[in-house]
Design a protein around this ligand. Structure first.
Ligand code: HAM
Length: 424
């Protein structure tokens, strides 16, 4: 492979894509504050053993997908395939867990060696929210509510509020429920081991839950007759799931119960949920999460519950791909060297007033105007000898195709106009 190609499943971010990425980042910081979450940044790699047990030694993420390497002192390290385990590790290492409930969020790259396709990459970015230390089903709904607000805000960027997004929820019940359910599923699928897809047959004993969300038609037919998890709930699991639903109803959040929703990682119990879209083909989950009550203890912390979700930034970007962002609001053209100092002062005044301003290092007006309107710039300011002598500037409104001569003393007043404010 040519060295000027990025490695398979990785991407460079520039132009509109990096603008949107940054926009998502800033919306996340804003919403995190509103919902009282604190940011945490963990290293990109961790000791490999951190991930082994928690993610499930039989789950795909551990079996096939981690980028694991041996360091010089023979320590095994892995690039993080997700945030939940590293955040728990960091909360324990730094003794943050003594003050509960603890609400943390992260944003950044994660790595999985999957077969790349649309919406599935080897380096991708996750947005991740976690709450440690409460069994209260309202915390599940608080997180869903946050996800809902985030998606609404993101998709209103390009006025696409209806993005064919559905929230699906399920409850896996408590540990005993899951255990009993898995045994029942294994017995059920054993009867079909000559009919199921090759992939699913491998999961009958190791991870039968994952057969339930197979994308293969043959498996789905067999899944129709599979035992249903709701018949295995304990009284407490039933009550917790009922509460989640009633809080969701109270918040007017629409959802669909999908009893076959099981999630890809092994640590879940009770509520699990996914926001899915019909716009992206098979990689259709934008956000996925749920409760993981034994995980913190499993990693070496106290026996406290946890709940959270992660969203895939690239999948969200794919849905926003047609958006053209405004770049600079104003472009400044200085026609000759004599007016340079006068012109660059105007440039600084605009930037000091936070007006996003581009400076044309060349003087070819025709070319500049053509490019500026392609770039969606609102205004061009032109200064030359006349303007220098009269202490004025030419203000060209590219959208309204109008131009006027303005006195320099009026600059501050002019830029109070809404159209001088950046949209992002
Ligand atoms: P996950 O379902 O493995 O959950 O990933 C969460 C989201 O990351 C997915 O819904 C998807 O949008 C995105 N994603 C996953 N793999 C890829 C990929 N190869 N390429 C692009 N995007 C991808 C978790 O990671 C859990 N830690 C979520 C969680 C947090 N549960 C509780 N707290």
């Amino acid at each position: 492979m040519s060295i000027i190609q990025p490695a398979r499943g990785t991407h460079d971010y520039y132009g509109d894509k990096i603008n949107l990425y940054n926009r998502i980042r800033s919306i996340i910081s804003k919403i995190a504050k509103i919902y009282d979450f604190k940011e945490i940044q963990t290293p990109i790699f961790e000791l490999s053993n951190l991930f082994k047990k928690p993610l499930g030694e039989n789950s795909d993420v551990i079996l096939k997908e981690m980028y694991t390497f041996e360091d010089k002192n023979e320590t095994m390290l892995s690039l993080r395939p997700e945030f939940t385990t590293p955040i728990i590790r960091a909360a324990i290492s730094n003794n943050l867990i003594s003050n509960l409930p603890l609400k943390l969020f992260s944003f950044g790259p994660t790595f999985r060696r999957e077969r790349p396709q649309k919406g599935r990459y080897r380096q991708f970015n996750q947005i991740n929210f976690e709450i440690f230390g409460t069994h209260d089903p309202y915390s599940d709904v608080e997180l869903i509510n946050l996800a809902d607000k985030f998606l609404k805000e993101i998709f209103s960027i390009n006025k696409l509020i209806e993005q064919n997004i559905t929230l699906e929820i399920n409850s896996l019940g408590d540990i005993h429920t899951i255990q009993k359910y898995k045994e029942n599923l294994t017995t059920y699928y054993e009867k079909y081991k000559f009919d199921l897809s090759e992939d699913s047959v491998k999961k009958i004993k190791l991870n039968p839950l994952r057969i339930l969300d197979s994308k293969k038609e043959i498996d789905n037919k067999i899944n129709l007759g599979a035992p249903k998890i709701k018949n295995f709930y304990s009284k407490e699991s039933h009550q917790a799931f009922d509460k989640v639903q009633s809080y969701l109803n109270n918040e007017n959040i629409s959802y669909k119960i999908n009893n076959n929703l099981v999630r890809g990682l092994d640590y879940y119990c009770h509520t699990v949920f996914e926001y899915k879209t019909s716009n992206l083909g098979t990689q259709d989950t934008l956000i996925g999460g749920g409760r993981y009550d034994g995980l913190i203890k499993n990693i070496g912390g106290p026996d406290v519950p946890g709940v959270g979700w992660a969203g895939g930034v690239e999948r969200i970007l794919l849905m926003l791909k047609n958006l053209k962002e405004n770049k600079a609001i104003v472009e400044l053209i200085i026609l000759d060297d004599e007016s340079k100092e006068y012109g660059t002062k105007i440039l600084s005044s605009l930037r000091n007033k936070n007006v996003s301003t581009k400076y044309s290092y060349n003087k070819n007006i025709k070319k500049i105007l053509k490019r500026a309107s392609n770039e969606n710039i609102n205004f061009v300011i032109i200064v030359g000898e006349n303007e220098l002598n009269n202490k004025t500037f030419v203000l060209k409104d590219l959208k309204k195709e109008k131009q006027e001569i303005i006195k320099i003393a009026e600059l501050d007043e002019i830029i109070k106009n809404e159209r001088f404010k950046s949209e992002n």
